[in-house]
Structures are given as C-alpha cells and as structure tokens.
Design a protein. Structure first.
Lengths: 852, 158
C-alpha cells in the first residue's frame, strides 16, 4: 500500500513537472516575440523600431553608416550619360534631367525623362546588384533612347468506351479501318440547367436545397433570374449565379469577368504586353471569381497589380504554396485578395476573392516575350481561350473540359467550364498593338480577326481590334512584313546598372546559302489527329494540308500516314514508295477520314517515331497535325525526347486556338519547327512553306563564337537548335562587353562546315530594351522545365523557383499574390464562381466538353 | 484489496495522462501559425523638409519570421500614387529584405511629409511586431541628395 501511494505521488509529481514545463514553454512561445530573431541579428544593420514612433533615418545618418548595397551604386555612372547630358529630349518633353546622388559620393546616377516602368532586371539589394532607384533611372535613360519624346510621369470519353475524361459524341469514320472507333455518346446534350430548378422553386424549397448544397468552399451552381444584382434574399441559396434565357436569343450567362483589355507594344522582336482583366460582381452576394485563361507560352510575366477603385496594389511573387496559403487565409478572413498561378506555361488561373456585390476589381498583368519570325513575316499572337483538353483516363493533373456548372466532373486538377453553343457571356475583349519595326512595314494583316490599322510614320503601325469582333474565342494573330528582301540577325540588349554587361537576345537568321542545296530523299510521315476536337473545320483544313503534301512528294521519297484518336492506325507497316498508286490510296483514305473520339496522342507519337525505317533508311521527317488539345503535355514531350533518335518532328497547329506550348515543344524536342494553320489560312500555302523548309538541308551542330570583346555566359537554349530556311531562332544569355563586335556562327551544312558572321553593336540605342533580362530568365526557366520532362537526375524545381523569385517571374513554382488588408469584407468568403468560356471558334462543343 | 489499492495508482496515471495531453496540446497549438494569422498594413512616410521629392529608395524592417509582404500600394501624392517597385532578389534572399523604390520625373512633387507607400502585410501573432523603415536614398528634381526622414505608421482602414 505504501509502495502504491509512493508510486502515485511520484506520478503526480511527474505530472506537476510537465505542467510547469508547459507553462514555461507556452510562456516563451506565445508571448511577445524575441527582441531580435537570429535572422534579424544576421541580416539587419539596425534593430527595428516600434511602429507608430516615427524613426528618422536621415541621409546624414546614412552617410555615416552607409547601407552596404550602396557600393553597388558607385560604378554605375549610368550608361546613358550622354543622353541625359544632352538634355534636349527631356527638356522638350517637359520633364527633368537630374541626378540621384546615392550615398557614395561619386555615384553619378542620372535621371532622364521617359516612362518609368518596371525593369525585368534584378533591381536592387545588397546581394543582388544594382538598387531600385538606380535601375529605374537607367531604364529612364533607355526609354529615352528608344522612345524620344515620350517623357512622362511615374506610372511607376466518357461516351462509348471510357478512354478519357473528355466527353465524346458523334460518330467517326474512315481511317484504315484499324478499329476501335468510338461513336455515340453524343446525342442530345443534357440541359444546361443542372438540376436545381427555377428560382421560384428554389425559393419554395430553399431550405431543402440548402441542405443539398456543396460546402461553401465549393462552387455553387444556381439557376436564378434575368436581372443582375438581385437583392439579397435569405431564402435563396447563397450563390446568386444567374442564368437567363430569352426566346430566340443566345442565353445570357452573367459572369464575374466583364472585360479584358490588351495593349501591346512591339519593339524589334520583343513585345511588351499589358493585360487588364476587369472583374465585377453582378450578383447579390459576395463571390470569388476563378478564371482559367491562356497567355503565350514564352511570356515572361513579371508584373501583377490589383486595382480596387483608385487604389492599386502591386502583387508580390512568392513560392506557389506559400502564395496559395496566404490567399486562402486572406480569403477566409474576408479580405479582397488575388492569386495568379500557372497550370501550364500557357495556361494560368486567376482567383479573386471577396468581391462584394456591385464592386469591380481590375487585375493588370504585364509580360514580355519574343516574337516569332516565320517565312518572311513577324508574327505576334495573343491567345484568347484555352481549347477543351482531352486527358488520358489515368490522368488527374490534366486540364478538364466541362460544361457550365459541372464542377469537378472531369476529375482533373484544373478545370475549365465551357459555355454551350447557345450561351453567351458578357465577357468581351479589346486589343491594340503598336508596332515599332524600325524599318518600313510593307504589309500587315490579322489572320483571325477584323482589325483597323494605321501607320502614322515610317516603321510604325497601330492595329486595333474591331469592336464587332470582340468575343474572345480565337487567337489574335498579327503578321507583318518589313522592307528588305532578307532579314538580318539582330541583337537586343539590357545592360546592367554597372554598365559593363547585362543580358542579350540574338536572333540568328539562316544564311542565304542554305537555300542553295536541294534535299536528299526523305521518309515522310504524316500524322494526323482525328479526335473529336478536330471535328469540322479543323479536320477539313488538315486534310487540305496533307492533300497538298501527298501531291508534292518526289518519286524517290517514301511516306506513311498515321491517324490517331482513341486508337492509332497506320496506313502500312512500313513506309511506302511515293508511287502514284500508293499516293492515290492514301489520298482516298484521308478524304474518308472524319474526326471523333479521344486524343490518345502518346500512342500516335510512339507509332510515328518507332515503326521500322524504310529499306533505304532515309531521314524520317514527321509532319504532326493536331490542335494539341490534350492535358498530358509533359508525357508527350518526354516521349518525343525518348523516341526521336535521328528523326525530326515538324508540328502543325490546326485551328483557331491551338495548344502552342505543346506544338512548339514538340518541334523543339523534335529538332524541327512549328507552323500554324488557322481556319482562315490557306492550307496549301502553309504546307508549301513546310516543303520549302524541308527541301533544303538544315544548318546543324551550330556553335556560336561571340568574339573576344563579348564574354558570354548562361546561354539558352543550351544547345543551339538547327537552322531551317525561313526560320530564325532566338538565343539569349548574359554578357560583359561594350560596343561593336562580330559574332561568328559555325555549323554543318550538307556535311560541310559553314561559317557566317554577324556584326552587332551592344551599345546601339535601337538595341536596348528593358525586357531582355526577363526574357532571359523566362528562357532559362523554359530550358530547365524542358529538361525536367526527361531528366530525373537533378532538382529542377529548386532551380526554376529561384530564377523565378529572383526575377519576379511567374512559373509553375511561383505565384503572384496581392492582398488588400485595408478593408475586411463582411461575412464568409462567398461563393466560388468559375468564369465559363466559349469553345474556340470552329471547335464543336458536343465532341469536346464533358457535361457531367 | 488489490483492486482498492490500485485505485490511487489509476487516478494518478489518469491525471498524469491528462496533464501530459494538456501539455502537448498547448505546445502544439502555440506552434500552429495559422491559428493567429492576421493581415494589416503600414504606411511609409517620407518628410523631405520642404524640398521636392523626386526619387527615393527605402528598406522596410520587420521580423521576417512574423511579417510577410503581401502587397504594395502607392502613396498619397499624385507623384507617388502608383505602387512602387520592390526588389525581388532582396525579398527572395536571406532575411527576406523588403526594398522599395520609386521615381517621378514630373514637376508636381511633394515637399512635405507624405505617405509614399502602404505595405500590406501578413502577420503571425496577435500583437503587431516592431517595424521600421530605413532610408537608403532620396533625391530632389535637381540631382541632389536630400535629407529626408522616413517613418512607419500603422495604416488606416479604407
């Protein structure tokens, strides 16, 4: 007994010790923070002061205790002193010429007139080189050099067989009879009103309905009334999403995205693009808007601003998970917040939380990117809608395509809701482009849209989207041709603040000599996507292109035709000689081919690259025609890399909004080139250009020597792609050096070594551009991401994330977050509403979108 | 007998277990950051002492373990209405330093104490941590470094 009592007392004593320990631990951890964190001790030159007690840090004090990074200012003496000193332009523009003296006495920072915008370069810091003010000043100088007179102020299958997550309807036919085609599953699509009934019935059954509603964190789909801004109704479900149906008119679907405005400026081969998305809440309750939208796959997105009324809040780049967490917290606590995430290099999700009824919030996104130059034309593209993707049945991280309100029906991590053909949303788009070509613009045209254009002076043009063509359901493609028979290789530069180097892009133009040699006999493979999304106009365009190709082959060529949808079929086991009989057979099959079914592209790639070579082992060239509407891009690119060997892939993006990330990626991995065949293009012309491209040997094994006066590091792509007729390539890197120099390019051409020289001037005013550092960083990220698709040996995630954070760039691992902490909205975070979008022009809803 | 004799033991064990649970629970809850996250904002003010302020660069100082920058808003005066830029490398680097800067080349510039930025912050903990700002440089429109005072005050709600 005594022993037990002793034991009991002992245990109580242990418990008491635990309690005391708890009190001590909790006291330390939950009380006021330590006076200084270890980080603070290490990194901060002075202890933080109490808030609301203004603490002066005067310039005098600073001079006696100069901030460490000020030393970075010293060498600047900006690279634009002559311009600044000349003063003429600045004076004319009504702005000032000044000098910002940094702490270092001889800093010599100069301010010149011009537009103050964000630089893509790293802009400050002890560890990061030049400081912000310095960079801003330098950009001013560059602006002035480039844009004289623009001074200004600071602005500062589930149908049939279950082969995937896309609902496929309609029959397909033709195509080598290889089998397995799926039909059916289409029929009359289900009603757009998925089950909750009319408003009156909702009200009557409100209580019952509410019990069946998803959690508040989920999207609600409610049928409501025709008027917007419905009065709050406690009996109505919490959503307030509206659907209106007016007889003989498209069904109007109010959406939280009212308008998108795009303003682009093109200087040389670099575009600077500002996109403003105008969100609003036409409903009676607070909402969260979620919009999945496309941007160019090479866009270096480095600016994000949320505008609420007159107030602008700059978004901050953060690691993706961290940004998502901050967004969730702000959303949950009722703050207006916005988050931009990347789902694919060309697909992004914009979330805007806590938009109160009747309120508007704008999101401004800014990016830089390089232009394409294709067969004599510069090409600037702005994608307006993401096409409906097919995802293999095993996939969960694809891009789902579902009908309005069919949330989570696809089972994919990212999902897009599509409007039915008879539905319209109020979301429209305006777009304008300023082109500064530097030389006379001979011709300018828009492929898919009605536009108006004017050319106020030589080398300049302004293009405006016609307001009558403002439905965002197809890529805007602007093409223009400049004076001169041949394009010259050109360099663009963004100097660092020290002036001794910086970042460059170099457009390598194929030398004329590669046009001179004819090609050798080829094994030509035509691989055609005949899945449901190609149904209608796209397949008609693709057929026309292949028809042209088959009738322009040489007798010593061989050829193969591969068709894929849910299954892959080949015309023959091996390629056939291009005899009239074989070609006639192929033409007949192509003409009989209709589109329908899923898009099991992986098998299409495998078959195209891996079937046995022809008897003469001719070089294999695969022409791959598809809209690219799949969600497993990484898998496809990995397969291309693994199966390519010495073949080449030339991809053709068919339709009004093809997946350019996939198509460009296939061509890049496939050592070929991408071309695009919109619904309004002449298919024969596009195929003719392709034949021209493959009709001459490419310049291969290219080595670029930048000369003694220009030291270059970190060049991307790391391996210079082959050069084809009509297709320049862009390389980018960091450099040190000044003035004029000559770049020597050496490569193999038809077995012989060829060399050509490119004279460039690193200091030429027309070569300066503030976006080059961002473009460099974006190309580095793209190179790392490409490599990560097939190389498991390195930690690409960390590398990509670091580059993105350092350069303030969107990436798959970084996101922009902006929170307005000034106002806390009442109530919960509101209902999540996706912004539904139309299917791309020419694409059939019934063969591409899953309704439930 | 044995049963009776075990009761105090059982009681002691039960108390000990309860106390231990309480202890662990306390530790766990005190280390969970999401339980006491809040958002706030601070205004950064510069007083150029009567001289037109054309450019500035400041560093905002706060414990990075507790304070995260989640948005930057512009200032009061039209010259600095646009949100200033921040240095991403400094923010991503050691210490998560917040360095902001702006420049205006116009003629309408602030002469007196003015808010040049509002910083939106995510704060861990119920109490506002210590925060301050350090002036790196300020300049007038005539190329001169100017003496200026910088201060931080709690931002006002809209």
């Amino acid at each position: 007994m005594k022993r037990f009592v002793t034991l009991s007392l002992g245990l109580l004593a242990v418990a008491l010790v635990l309690v005391l320990t708890t009190v001590i631990v909790v006291g330390c951890s939950s009380g006021k923070p330590p006076q200084e964190s270890s980080a603070g001790k290490t990194d901060r030159p002075e202890a933080p002061q109490e808030i609301a007690k203004p603490q002066a840090a005067t310039a005098d004090q600073r001079a006696s205790n100069p901030p460490p990074f000020v030393s970075d200012l010293s060498p600047l003496v900006t690279n634009a002193p002559t311009t600044a000193g000349s003063g003429t332009d600045a004076e004319n523009s009504g702005t000032f010429l000044g000098r910002i003296p940094g702490a270092a006495p001889n800093t010599g920072l100069s301010i010149t007139a011009g537009t103050l915008e964000k630089s893509g370069a790293n802009i400050a810091g002890q560890t990061s080189g030049p400081n912000v003010a310095e960079e801003l000043v330098r950009q001013e100088a560059i602006d002035k050099l480039i844009q004289s007179g623009q001074g200004g102020n600071n602005r500062g299958p589930s149908s049939g067989q279950s082969l995937g997550t896309r609902s496929i309807g309609g029959a397909s036919g033709g195509g080598f009879g290889g089998g397995g085609r799926r039909g059916g599953g289409g029929g009359t699509p289900p009603s757009a009103t998925p089950g909750l009934g009319e408003l009156s019935r909702q009200r009557a059954n409100a209580r019952e309905i509410r019990t069946n509603l998803p959690l508040l964190t989920e999207e609600l789909w409610i049928i409501a009334k025709t008027t917007v801004l419905a009065a709050p109704d406690d009996n109505a479900p919490r959503s307030g999403a509206l659907l209106a149906k007016i007889a003989n008119k498209p069904e109007q679907v109010p959406v939280p995205l009212k308008h998108t405005d795009v303003k682009a400026r093109i200087d040389g081969d670099i575009a600077t693009v500002d996109v403003t998305q105008q969100y609003h809440n036409p409903f009676s309750e607070k909402i969260e808007a979620v919009y999945v939208f496309p941007l160019p796959q090479n866009a270096a997105i480095n600016e994000f601003v949320m505008t609420i009324g007159e107030r602008k809040i700059r978004g901050i780049i953060r690691e993706r998970q961290e940004a998502q967490q901050i967004y969730n917290e702000a959303r949950q606590q009722g703050y207006v917040a916005s988050l931009l995430t990347q789902e694919r290099p060309n697909i992004f999700t914009q979330s805007v939380a806590n938009i109160e009824p009747g309120k508007e919030i704008d999101i401004d996104i800014k990016y830089f990117h390089t232009l394409e130059y294709v067969d004599g034309w510069y090409e600037w593209t702005f994608p307006m809608v993401v096409g409906p993707r097919f995802n293999p049945p095993y996939s969960t991280d694809g891009i789902g395509a579902v009908g309005l309100g069919a949330r989570s029906a696809s089972g994919q991590s990212t999902e897009i809701q599509y409007l039915r053909p008879e539905q319209r949303s109020g979301h429209d788009i305006s777009l304008s482009v300023q082109v500064n070509a530097g030389v006379k613009i001979e011709e300018i045209k828009s492929t898919n849209h009605r536009v108006s254009s004017e050319s106020p002076e030589l080398g300049f043009a302004t293009v405006q989207l016609d307001p009558s063509d403002s439905i965002p359901n197809k890529d805007f493609v602007l093409r223009y041709r400049v004076a001169g028979e041949t394009l010259k290789s050109a360099v663009m530069v963004q100097r660092n603040a020290r002036g001794d180097g910086g970042y460059f892009t170099l457009m390598l133009v194929p030398p004329q000599s590669i046009n001179q040699l004819p090609r050798q006999p080829l094994e030509m493979v035509f691989t055609l996507d005949v899945s449901g999304s190609m149904s209608g106009q796209p397949i008609a365009q693709a057929r026309a292109a292949i028809r042209y190709a088959l009738t322009h082959m040489r007798p010593d060529d061989t050829f193969q035709v591969v068709l894929f949808d849910s299954v892959t079929r080949m015309m023959s086991e091996r390629s056939l000689p291009a005899t009239p009989e074989n070609l006639a057979m192929a033409l007949k099959q192509i003409e009989l081919t209709n589109a329908g079914g899923g898009t099991m592209m992986l098998e299409g790639i495998r078959k195209s690259l891996n079937f046995p070579r022809d008897e003469a082992n001719r070089p294999r060239v695969v022409a791959f025609l598809t809209d690219g509407y799949i969600g497993n891009e990484t898998e496809i690119l990995r397969e291309v890399h693994g199966s390519l060997r010495d073949s080449r892939i030339f991809s053709f993006g068919v339709g009004s909004s093809p997946n350019r990330y996939l198509l460009d990626g296939m061509a890049k991995m496939g050592a070929g080139a991408a071309a695009y065949l919109s619904l309004n293009d002449n298919a024969e012309s596009v195929m003719s250009a392709y034949f021209d491209r493959i009709s001459h040997p490419a310049l291969t094994d290219i080595a670029v020597d930048f000369g003694a006066s220009m030291k270059v590091t970190d060049v991307y792509p790391q391996k210079t792609p082959d050069l084809f007729v009509g297709r320049p390539i862009v390389i980018t890197g960091q450099f040190t050096g000044k003035g004029p120099t000559t770049v020597h390019v050496k490569g193999k051409f038809a077995g012989e070594i060829r060399q050509f020289d490119i004279p460039i001037n690193l200091d030429a005013a027309e070569s300066q551009h503030r976006g080059i550092a961002s473009v460099w960083a974006r190309m580095k990220i793209a190179a790392l991401a490409d490599q990560s698709t097939w190389d498991d040996s390195a930690d690409f995630t960390t590398s990509i994330r670091q580059v993105a954070l350092d350069f303030d760039l969107m990436s798959q691992f970084t996101s922009f977050i902006a929170v307005d902490s000034s106002t806390r909205t009442a109530g919960d975070h509101g209902t999540t509403l996706a912004v539904p979008v139309p299917v791309p022009d020419g694409v059939r809803y019934d063969t591409t979108v899953q309704e439930r | 007998m044995n049963v009776k004799m075990r009761h105090p033991v059982r009681l002691a064990v039960a108390i000990a277990v309860l106390m231990a649970s309480f202890t662990l629970g306390q530790i766990r809850s005190s280390s969970a950051p999401s339980s006491n996250i809040h958002f706030t904002n601070v205004d950064v003010l510069i007083d150029p002492h009567g001289i037109p302020l054309a450019a500035y660069q400041i560093e905002f100082l706060a414990d990075p373990a507790r304070v995260k920058l989640v948005g930057i808003e512009g200032g009061q005066h039209s010259a600095f209405k646009q949100p200033p830029y921040y240095d991403p490398k400094a923010l991503a680097g050691p210490g998560n330093r917040v360095i902001i800067a702006a420049l205006n080349t116009g003629n309408d510039l602030p002469h007196d104490r003015t808010r040049i930025a509002r910083l939106h912050l995510r704060v861990v903990g119920d109490e506002l941590p210590k925060m301050s700002a350090r002036l790196v440089t300020a300049a007038s429109s005539n190329e001169k470094t100017i003496r200026a005072d910088v201060s931080v005050t709690e931002g006002a709600a809209q």
